[in-house]
Write a protein that binds this ligand. Structure first.
Ligand code: FDA
Length: 392
């Protein structure tokens, strides 16, 4: 039977990186994926430019049932370590906003870099390969592949989460984790647009505005985008990871809290101007038209008392909205929840139930914010497992 030191299932961000690192000390490493090409999500990430990490990455940017679990891996392999690797390959990058780093050219440069690392260390990549059965015995893990059985001392699960099933996402890691006695925390679509009944915002589709979007647990200051089915844009994707069915979110369209003073001073100098025309200097005109009947926005600026201006600004600052759902795994960037970290060692990602079994990347109950954090978790968790495997 074909025998390997380590078999990694899933040639996405975490699996590709792990394979190259784990094989560095000459350990025979096989990387398997059922897809035709490796690293598909890296290729499409960041609109084809891949937001591969975030300069400000720190533990607070990650969500999981245990808020401490991810600290060790993130500290041992940081964003600066990955940036150094990207620099060593001469891949040009830039900061877009809020510490988010993107390739200047294209995301495939990151995939090519990971494939080169893998080839350098002699790890083998097998695509178009499905695993039908996995068992564990005295000789380690035994996997059934279409070409016959293979075995390995170590098995690394890097098959990601459930988001974008069209791209081959399966939830396979959760099934295998259960098979070997692991718990799975509730999984749900995250970094996902939110929907509203009766296409409430359809007339505003395409309009975007800076906003602070919050709930009782957190808040995000980023752009908000109206869509045919609801709300999207970075601020909404971020809050979606903290939203639960039936809950409201608050949208503040005056995040800098400057509107009241601005309108008051404009009332002095331009009091004869129409209130909605004036508001449209600070907010998108289509949004002002949409809100005008709801907020009773009529008359000239001079007609508005301080109390009335305050009332309008308060309404624009605390617009309470209750989504009826999300766009689901079809468009979600990530899966919240996953393999319960209580069952994993935080320094090595190894199972506490079955030595030699590892879980890395998105399948673990560690989910990053929008902005390069999920790839950083893929790199850091992959590195933690690979170091342990390479040294064992
Ligand atoms: P990933 O999903 O990358 O890889 C899993 C691999 O396992 C796949 O190759 C799949 O084919 C394979 N697989 C699954 N089931 C299998 C099975 N049963 N047998 C064999 N193989 C199997 N993050 C970020 O930080 N910056 C960004 O710019 C973006 N942008 C972005 C855009 C879009 C559209 C999406 C959907 C997601 C992002 N993300 C992101 C999130 C990021 O892509 C994600 O967190 C990482 O790819 C997770 O890496 P993993 O290696 O864990 O899973």
């Amino acid at each position: 039977m074909e025998t390997w030191d380590t078999i990694i299932i899933g040639a996405g961000a975490a699996g590709l990186f792990c394979a190259g690192q784990a094989a560095q000390t000459g350990k025979r490493t096989l990387l398997i994926d059922h897809a035709k090409r490796p690293g598909e999500k890296i290729r499409i990430a960041g609109g084809g430019r891949c937001n591969f990490t975030n300069m400000h990455a720190e533990p607070g940017n990650f969500i999981g049932q245990n808020p401490h679990f991810h600290k060790s891996a993130l500290a041992r392999y940081t964003q600066w370590d990955f940036i150094a690797l990207v620099d060593a390959y001469g891949i040009a990058w830039h900061e877009k906003t809020l510490g988010q780093l993107f390739c200047d050219q294209k995301a495939t440069q990151i995939v090519d870099m990971l494939l080169t690392e893998l080839e350098k260390t002699g790890a083998e990549l097998r695509l178009n390969t499905s695993v039908s059965d996995i068992s564990h015995g005295p000789d380690g893990f035994r996997l059934s592949l279409p070409t016959g059985p293979v075995q390995a001392r170590n098995l690394v699960m890097a098959t990601g989460g459930k988001s974008i099933p069209k791209m081959g996402a399966t939830g396979f890691a959760y099934d295998l984790a259960r098979q070997f006695g692991h718990e799975i925390t509730e999984t749900r679509p995250a970094l996902v647009p939110l929907t509203f009944p009766e296409a409430r915002f359809a007339p505003l589709a395409g309009v975007s505005a800076p906003a602070r979007v919050s709930n009782d647990r957190t808040s995000f200051d980023e752009a908000l985008l109206f869509t045919h089915r609801g709300l999207s844009g970075p601020s909404i994707l971020q809050i979606s990871s903290y939203w639960r069915e039936g809950e409201a979110i608050r949208v503040n369209l005056d995040p800098e809290a400057t509107l009241f003073d601005t309108l008051r001073s404009q009332r002095q100098s331009e009091g004869r101007r129409n209130l909605t025309t004036e508001l449209a200097r600070h907010l998108p005109a289509r949004l002002v038209d949409f809100l005008a009947p709801e907020l009773g926005l009529t008359g000239n600026l001079a007609d508005q008392s301080d109390a009335r201006l305050r009332e309008i600004v308060d309404a624009l600052s605390a617009w309470e909205l209750t989504p009826n759902g999300s766009e689901g795994y079809r468009t979600a960037e990530v899966t919240l929840g996953g393999v319960d970290t209580d069952g994993l060692d935080s320094k090595t990602m190894m199972s506490k139930h079955l030595p030699g079994l590892y879980f890395i990347g998105e399948c673990v109950d560690v989910t990053g914010w929008l902005g390069g954090f999920n790839f950083q978790w893929a790199w850091s968790s992959a590195h933690a497992a690979a170091r342990h495997i390479a040294a064992s």
